[in-house]
Design a protein around this ligand. Structure first.
Ligand code: AQP
Length: 327
C-alpha cells in the first residue's frame, strides 16, 4: 500500500483554505492509503510563539482534525517534536542542501518580509525540516496546498542527491495537489492566499467561526465588477467564492452558474454563507466534545507518536549507516 504523509502547523485555528487545500484530501486518502499526519510544532517555532498558546494550539488542532474526519484507527496522527528523528534527519539533510537553494524558497521570502525583526535560521531551514518529515516515512504522496509545492520539489531534489551519494535510501515523494481548492484566496484580496497570519481576520473563514461571523465575513467578501455569476479568470474574487461553494456542496460549477443565472451577488453570497455554516456546525460540535476529554487526546497523540517512531527509527538506522555514524 502506498504511503501518504503530510503535516500542518499548530498556529491558531485552521481556516477553509487549510481544510480545502489539505485536510479534505487527507481525510479522503485515509480510505485507500497508509496515512501518517503530523502536527508540526517545531515548524511553528520559526516565528515567535507564546508557549502557552502553542501548547493549547497543539491540542486544539488535534481535536479539530479529528472533528473533520481524521481517524486514528485509519491514520497515524502525532506531534512532530515527540519523534526526535525529525530534528536529527533535518541536521543530516542540511549537509547536502545548498544555501542558494533555500534562498529561492517563496515562503522564506514572504515570511521574511512579514517578520523582518525575526528572520531566524529556523525559518530559513524550514524546507529542510519539511524534507526530513516527509523522507523519514518513505512517503509516496504528500497532500498539500499549492503554496507548499516548491518545498516538495526541494524534498525530491535532496532525496535524489542523497540516493546518488549513498545508494538508494529514500523514496522520491510526489506532491498531491487538488484540482480545485489548492489555493483558496483571501476574502478581501483575490490576489493573496487565504492565510491565518493575514492582518485582518475578515480575510479568512476559520473552522471555528460561529454562524454570525461566517455570514458577516462572506457578505463583506470582495466581488468583481458586473453582476453575473460565472467562473472566469476575469472574476477572480467570485471564482474563489464559487470554488468554496462547489467544494462544500458537491454541486458542479455548471450547476451553480445555472442556479444563479439572472440572480445577483447578494443572493449568491447569502446561500454560500448558509452552505459554509451547515458544513462547519457539525465539525464544531464534534470539536467541542473532543476538547472536553484532553486526556484521551493526549493518549491518542502519544500512541500516534509511538507508531510513527517505529518507522522513523528504522529509517534513521539506514541513514546513519549510510553516512558513517552510529555504530
Ligand atoms: N489558502 C490556502 N489554500 C489551500 N491550501 C492552503 N494551505 C494553507 N493555506 C492554503 C495548506 O494547508 C496545509 C497546512 O498548512 P499549515 O498549517 O502549515 O499552514 P500554512 O501554510 O502556514 O497556512 P496559513 O494559514 O497560510 O498560515 P500562515 O499565515 O502562517 O502562512 C498545507 O498543506 C498548506 O499548503
Amino acid at each position: 500500500m502506498q504511503r501518504v504523509f503530510s503535516a500542518a502547523q499548530p498556529t491558531g485555528t485552521p481556516h477553509l483554505g487549510n481544510y480545502l487545500g489539505f485536510l479534505k484530501q487527507a481525510v479522503e486518502l485515509q480510505e485507500s492509503y497508509d496515512c501518517i499526519y503530523s502536527i508540526v510544532d517545531l515548524h511553528a517555532l520559526t516565528v515567535p510563539r507564546d508557549p502557552d498558546v502553542l501548547r493549547n494550539d497543539i491540542l486544539g488542532v488535534a481535536a479539530l482534525y479529528l472533528a473533520c474526519g481524521l481517524d486514528p484507527k485509519k491514520s497515524i496522527l502525532f506531534v512532530q517534536s515527540d519523534v526526535k528523528e525529525h530534528a536529527e534527519l533535518c541536521w543530516l539533510l542540511n549537509t547536502l542542501t545548498k544555501i542558494s537553494e533555500l534562498k529561492l524558497m517563496h515562503q522564506f521570502k514572504e515570511k521574511s518580509k512579514e517578520h523582518p525583526e525575526s528572520i531566524n535560521m529556523g525559518l530559513f531551514d524550514y524546507p529542510v525540516l519539511m524534507a526530513a518529515d516527509i523522507l523519514l516515512y518513505n512517503t509516496d504522496l504528500v497532500p498539500i496546498g499549492e503554496d507548499q509545492k516548491q518545498h516538495v520539489e526541494l524534498t525530491r531534489e535532496i532525496a535524489r542527491r542523497w540516493n546518488m551519494r549513498f545508494g538508494q535510501t529514500f523514496t522520491l515523494p510526489k506532491a498531491h495537489i487538488a484540482k480545485t481548492g489548492a489555493r483558496i484566496m483571501s476574502l478581501l484580496d483575490p490576489a493573496k492566499k487565504m492565510a491565518k497570519s493575514a492582518s485582518s481576520a475578515q480575510s479568512y473563514v476559520s473552522l471555528l467561526d460561529d454562524a454570525h461571523t461566517v455570514r458577516q465575513k462572506i457578505k463583506r467578501a470582495v466581488t468583481d465588477s458586473g453582476s453575473e455569476i460565472t467562473l472566469s479568470p476575469a472574476k477572480p474574487a467570485l471564482s474563489n467564492l464559487l470554488a468554496i461553494y462547489h467544494l462544500l456542496s458537491n454541486k458542479t460549477f455548471v450547476e451553480l452558474e445555472a442556479r444563479y443565472k439572472g440572480r445577483g451577488y447578494g443572493e449568491f453570497k447569502s446561500d454560500l454563507a448558509e452552505v459554509v455554516v451547515a458544513f462547519l456546525s457539525p465539525i464544531q460540535e464534534r470539536y467541542t466534545a473532543l476538547l472536553k476529554k484532553p486526556k484521551k487526546l493526549h493518549e491518542m497523540l502519544s500512541d500516534g507518536a509511538a507508531r510513527a517512531r517505529i518507522i522513523a527509527v528504522s529509517t534513521m538506522k539506514k541513514v546513519r549507516a549510510n553516512i558513517g555514524i552510529g555504530i
